[in-house]
Ligand binder design. Structure first.
Ligand code: ARG
Length: 460
C-alpha cells in the first residue's frame, strides 16, 4: 500500500500536509554526491564482511554511479513523499536493481547516514573555504607593491591615533583571515570522524567493519559512541561558528572601506564594476557590495546561533529537529562563500587616493606619541612626557599648526631636554621610520611582515 521505505507498520497513508511539512529534499538534494559516496563505501564494506556478495556490491556501486549521472542531468524526479535525498537515491536504486537495492541499507540508519553525508560535505566545504581565504590574503599581499610608499592614519575610537604603512592594514587582514583558516583546519579534525555504522542509535548486531568505511571515505577515525555520534552536530556548530567569525571579519573590513570610500575620508576609490548607481541621483556611486557583505554577515551569525538553539535541550539520540541543521548551515556557508568570492577583485581593484591621504596626513597629531617617546629616550618619565606633549598639542591646536611647526624655543620651554633633533621624529613620514618594534606599523617591521607573508602564500 505505502511506497514508503518505512511503510510496513502503517495502515493509513501519510497526510499530504505532513509530507510537505517533514520533507527535506528541497534543501538536502545538494548532499547527493556525498550520499552516493557514503553508500558506495558502505556497500563495499558490506561485501568485505560477507553481508553482500562482491557481485551485489559491484551492482550497487555501478548503479549508484549511474544515479549520480541522472541527478547531475536533472533526471531524477523530486517526490516529496520520499522525504529526503537518502530516500530518493535508495528508492531509485531499488527501482533499478530490485532486491539487491533493498540490501544497501543493511546495518545503517538514516541517522548515521545523514551525519556521514554532512561530515563529508563540511569537510569539502572547509577545504574550499581555505582556498577562498587564501585568495583574499593573496589579493591583500599583491597590492602591497602598489601601496608600498603609502602611509595611512591609524585610528582608535575612529579618532586619528598614529600613522602606519598602508601595507600594515593589508597584513592585519591577512592575520585575521589566517586565524580563520587555522580555526577551520582545527575544526576539520573533529569533522573528519566517521559516524557510519552507529546505525540508528545503538549500533548493530551485524558483523560490520566500521574502520573499513572510515578508510574508504578518508575519515581519520571512527566515532566511539553510537548514541553520541548519531545525535552529534557539534562539528556543524563549530564550523558555523568559524563562518560567523569570518563574517565578522568581512563585515568589519567592509565597514572600514565604506568609510574610506566616502567624500569625507576620500582615502579609497572602489572599482566601478563592484559599485552600483542610484536610480534618482545621477552622481552616485554606491558601495552596495560592501554594504551587503556587511549586511549578510547577520545571516551567518544568526545561522551559528540558530544551530545552537536547535540542539539546546535535545535528549539523546537522533531527533527530527536535527533536520533543520542543514538550512542554517547551508545559508551560512553559501553566504560566506559568495562574499569571499567577491572580495579579491574588490581588494585588488580599489585605488588608494594618495594625494588626498597625504594632504591631510599631518592633521590629528599622529606624531604626538612618538614625540613623547623621544622624551622618554632622553630620560623623561613616561607620565611626565605624556603631560608635556599633551600641553604642546593643546598649544599647536590653539595656533592651528602641527607640532613640527612649533619653534624650537617653544618646544624647549615645555621641556628643556628637547633639541634640534626633535624635528627628525615629527611628521608622519618620520614616525613610520621611527616605529621599530616587531609587528609594528613602521617601514622596516612592515617590510619584514610582508616578506613573511609573501613566503607563506607562495603557491605550493
Ligand atoms: N532527512 C533527515 C535529516 O535530515 C534524515 C534523517 C531522518 N531520520 C529519521 N529517523 N527520520 O535529519
Amino acid at each position: 500500500m505505502s511506497a514508503k521505505a518505512w511503510g510496513g507498520r502503517f495502515a493509513e497513508q501519510t497526510d499530504a500536509r505532513v509530507e510537505a511539512f517533514t520533507e527535506s529534499i528541497s534543501f538536502d538534494a545538494r548532499l547527493a554526491q556525498v550520499d552516493i559516496r557514503g553508500s558506495q563505501a558502505h556497500a563495499r564494506m558490506l561485501a568485505k564482511v560477507g553481508l553482500l556478495s562482491q557481485a551485489e556490491a559491484d551492482l550497487i556501486c555501478t548503479n549508484l554511479d549511474e544515479i549520480r549521472g541522472e541527478i547531475e542531468r536533472g533526471e531524477l524526479p523530486i517526490r516529496p513523499e520520499l522525504e529526503d535525498i537518502h530516500m530518493h537515491i535508495e528508492s531509485r536504486l531499488i527501482e533499478r536493481i530490485n532486491d539487491v537495492g533493498r540490501k544497501l541499507h543493511t546495518a545503517r540508519s538514516r541517522n548515521d547516514q545523514v551525519s556521514t553525508d554532512l561530515r563529508l560535505y563540511v569537510r569539502e566545504a572547509i577545504d574550499r573555504l581555505d582556498g577562498l581565504l587564501s585568495d583574499v590574503q593573496r589579493a591583500f599581499v599583491d597590492r602591497s607593491e602598489t601601496d608600498a610608499e603609502v602611509i595611512l592614519p591609524g585610528y582608535t575610537h575612529l579618532q586619528r591615533a598614529q600613522p602606519v604603512m598602508a601595507v600594515h592594514y593589508w597584513l592585519a587582514y591577512c592575520e585575521k583571515f589566517q586565524r580563520d583558516r587555522d580555526r577551520l583546519a582545527d575544526c576539520r579534525k573533529r569533522v573528519n570522524v566517521s559516524p557510519l555504522g552507529c546505525a540508528a542509535l545503538a549500533g548493530t548486531s551485524l558483523p560490520i567493519d566500521r574502520d573499513e568505511t572510515a578508510r574508504l571515505l578518508e575519515f581519520d577515525a571512527i566515532a566511539a559512541n553510537s548514541l553520541d555520534a548519531s545525535s552529534d552536530r557539534d562539528f556543524l556548530i563549530e564550523t558555523a561558528s568559524c563562518l560567523a567569525l569570518i563574517a565578522a571579519h568581512l563585515s568589519g573590513w567592509s565597514e572600514e572601506w565604506i568609510l574610506w570610500n566616502t567624500t569625507e575620508f576620500g582615502f579609497l576609490t572602489l572599482p566601478d564594476a563592484f559599485t552600483t548607481g542610484s536610480s534618482i541621483m545621477p552622481q552616485k556611486k554606491n558601495p552596495d557590495v560592501l554594504e551587503l557583505i556587511r549586511g549578510k554577515s547577520a545571516r551567518v551569525m544568526a545561522a551559528a546561533s540558530q544551530l545552537l538553539f536547535l540542539v539546546k535541550g535535545l535528549p539523546l539520540a537522533y531527533n527530527r529537529d536535527l533536520q533543520e541543521d542543514k538550512l542554517a548551515f547551508f545559508s551560512a556557508l553559501d553566504t560566506v562563500t559568495a562574499c569571499l568570492e567577491l572580495m579579491p577583485p574588490i581588494v585588488s581593484g580599489a585605488k588608494l587616493n594618495r594625494e588626498k591621504i597625504t594632504a591631510r596626513l599631518e592633521e590629528g597629531f599622529l606624531d604626538a606619541t612618538t614625540l613623547m617617546e623621544y622624551l622618554i629616550l632622553r630620560g623623561v618619565p613616561m607620565r611626565t612626557g605624556h603631560e608635556t606633549v599633551g600641553k604642546l598639542v593643546a598649544l599647536a591646536e590653539s595656533r592651528g599648526c602641527r607640532l613640527a611647526d612649533l619653534p624650537l624655543a617653544e618646544l624647549q620651554a615645555a621641556c628643556e631636554i628637547i633639541d634640534d633633533s626633535v624635528y627628525a621624529v615629527l611628521g608622519a613620514e618620520n614616525v613610520v621610520r621611527a616605529l621599530q618594534s616587531e609587528g609594528s606599523g613602521g617601514r622596516t617591521p612592515v617590510a619584514q611582515q610582508l616578506a613573511t607573508w609573501r613566503e607563506r602564500l607562495q603557491p605550493s
